[in-house]
Structure formats: C-alpha cells, structure tokens
Design a protein. Structure first.
Length: 366
C-alpha cells in the first residue's frame, strides 16, 4: 500500500520561514524568474490552470464553477478543465496547461500516484502546483495541498453511523456493511482508516456485526467511486447474507454511494438502514430532510476554493502564504497541507449548518 504519514511538526519551521519572508516579498505585478522559492512572483493576470478529476459528484461541479468565476474575479485568467476519471486525459490536460504558460496549476488527481512526469514538466517550468481536495503522491512537484482533513472526515462518518444506529435502531448488536471510495483516490483509504478507528472497537466488542465479513479496504472499495458498482455490490451482499436478517447500518464514503445503498436496500424489501455520506449533495440533503439517509459530512467547496485562491495570490505576489496546518508525507516529500474542518450534518442541525448557504437552505424549506 501507499505510504502516508502525518506530522504536526514542521509548523514552527514554516512559521519561521513565513517571518523571514515577510518584508522580502514583492507585491503587485512581477515577472516570474521560476526559482520555485517564495520570493518570486508572476503576472497578476497570469493563466491559472485547474485540473479536476471528473464532474461525477456535486463537489467537483461546484469547484468548476467557483474556480472559473473567482479566479477571474481575483484578476487571473482561468483555464479550468475536468477529466472523465481518465488518468491519461488528466495528464494531457496538465501538459496543455504548461504549454499555454500557466503560472500555477491546481490539481484534483484522479490517481494520486500517476502525475509525476506531467507535474515534473510543470515544476521545471517554475509553475506552482497545488493539490486540491486530494493529496498528490510520490513526487516533489507539489507546493501545497488544500483539503478537508481526510482521516478526520472518516472519523466523523464512523461516529455518525454509530450515533444513527443508537438513535434509530434501538439496542445493538447491529448488522452492518462497509463501503469505501475509489482505491486510486488518496482520500478513500484515509476516509476508511478514520471510520475504522471508530468502528473497529465496536466490531471487536460485538456491538457491530459485519455480516459479510468484508472489512478490508480492498474488499469494500468502490472502483472509480462508481455509484452503479456500489449498488451492485450492495445487491449481492443483501442476496447472500440478509435473506433472513435485517441490515441496520452501512458505512458509506460519499452521498452518491449512500443513495445507491439505500436504493438497493429498498429493492430488497429492507427497512432503510442508517447510512452516512459525504458532500452535502442536493439529493442527499433532501433525503436526510425526509428521514431516509441519516447524515452527510459537509466540506464546503466555496471554502476550499477560497483557500486555494488565497495561496495562488500569495504566490503571485512572491510572498510566502500563511503556515500550513500540518504536513503529510506523500511518499517523496513532506507536503504542506492546509486542512479545513469538515462538519457532520443530520436533520437536527441542517438548518444551522446551512445558514450561510442559501441554495442548500432552500432545500429544507421546499
Ligand atoms: C472527494 C469527495 C468526492 C469523491 C468522489 C473525493 O476525493 O473528497 O468529495 O465525493 O472524491 O468524487
């Protein structure tokens, strides 16, 4: 498996660097000297590339719109593209961004490990590279990653599954099944690790029973985050293990897969189990509000895009950005990570969480 280590260290060092850089940073329109250090900026209207993995879940479609509008608003020339979950397409899109003279490239990798050579050309050209939402692995060609804590996200998912079971299904033991996300996505194993840190002790003490016995990430992962594949797996789990049993809960890595799981359970004549999710997608908020899906984890795209543009603006001015919240080893280097806090949403707190999000709030009123 891929190597990932977290360190909270490095922050003091980063803070010192930040202080050292203050006063030395240029402001305004500058010309890139391509030294890769914090002291060199680039033109204020430079092209900024954004390479998204696909548009198959709402968060990426929102990112596409927000990057296009907000990079423009910040004075940059946006070049926003999405690959259809195809690694070679994403590599070509990044290479084209380098050719077109982008000064910064934001990447949500399809496969965290497959961008080494495309990003090396970018780095050699002095381009700033930011991992967006997902870690970029096994390369030194990455300046920073902006994301919601991925292990933390998983912990919240695991905890809300437990909370939902206690709230909706009475006393345990509870029959459950586990789902993971796309194995190429570096977030997916981290979400699962976080969730299992909460669930494993409850499996060990008999509160949770994984009836199929499938508990390893490789067994439960969903290739390409494909909802259809998740639904087929749920269909077979139900047919093989639950003809004489009720299923009480299912761990789901995101909202699309949560809805696929619920669909399969209904088709098998089961009561809707407790299912968590991720992304606060429109359809899932409605489902939560209607009492079906139990919860989702909200990681507001607008905050992630804003944080990313803040970094790009600092690079443009030749200033070092504020210190990262942590560093994560990507197999080659310790990458500065700017980690935002995700939040669990249930029917109970939905109105409060979406107070400043009129589109999502409207779903609760409709
Ligand atoms: C993102 C999720 C998304 C999933 C599938 C993950 O890397 O963090 O928000 O649902 O990819 O697109």
């Amino acid at each position: 498996m891929k190597r990932r280590t977290f360190t909270i260290g490095g922050l003091a060092a980063a803070g010192t660097l930040l202080l050292a850089a203050c006063g030395g940073g240029r402001t305004g329109t500058t010309t890139d000297s391509g030294d890769g250090g914090g002291g060199s900026g680039f033109d204020a209207d430079a092209t900024v590339g954004v390479a998204l993995p696909w548009l198959g879940t709402q968060n990426w479609a929102e990112a596409q719109d927000l990057f296009t509008a907000q990079l423009k608003e910040a004075g940059f020339t946006p070049l926003v593209q999405a690959a259809d979950n195809k690694v070679s397409q994403q590599q070509q899109q990044i290479e084209a961004m380098v050719q077109k003279g982008a000064k910064a490239i934001v990447v949500g990798p399809i496969d965290g490990t497959q961008l080494g050579s495309a990003l090396k050309s970018a780095k050699d050209a002095g381009i700033r590279i930011i991992g967006y939402d997902r870690l970029i692995e096994n390369t030194d060609a990455v300046d920073a990653v902006v994301q919601f804590g991925s292990v933390r996200t998983g912990e919240l998912q695991g905890q809300s599954l437990l909370d939902g079971l206690a709230e909706r299904k009475g006393e345990g033991p509870y029959n459950i099944e586990l789902f993971g996300g796309g194995p190429a996505d570096p977030n997916a194993p981290n979400f699962f690790t976080g969730a299992m840190s909460v669930l494993q002790p409850k499996i060990d003490d008999g509160t949770l029973v994984v009836v199929s016995g499938q508990v390893d990430f490789q067994q439960v992962a969903t290739q390409d985050w494909d909802n259809g594949k998740a639904q087929s797996r749920m269909d077979s789990l139900l047919a093989s293990n639950y003809s004489d049993k009720e299923i009480h809960g299912v761990l789901s890595p995101n909202d699309g897969i949560a809805r696929a799981i619920i669909t399969a359970c209904k088709a098998a004549g089961q009561e809707v189990p407790v299912v968590d999710g991720l992304d606060a997608e429109t359809e899932s908020i409605t489902s939560i509000w209607n009492g079906e899906q139990y919860s989702t984890v909200h990681k507001p795209t607008k905050d992630l895009v804003a944080k990313t543009i803040e970094l790009i603006t600092a690079y443009q001015k030749g200033e070092d950005p504020e210190a990262p919240t942590e560093t994560e080893n990507n197999g080659t280097i310790d990458v500065p990570v700017y980690a935002l806090d995700p939040v669990v949403v249930t029917k109970e707190n939905a109105e409060e969480v979406f107070q400043d999000d009129p589109d999502r709030l409207a779903l609760l009123k409709g």
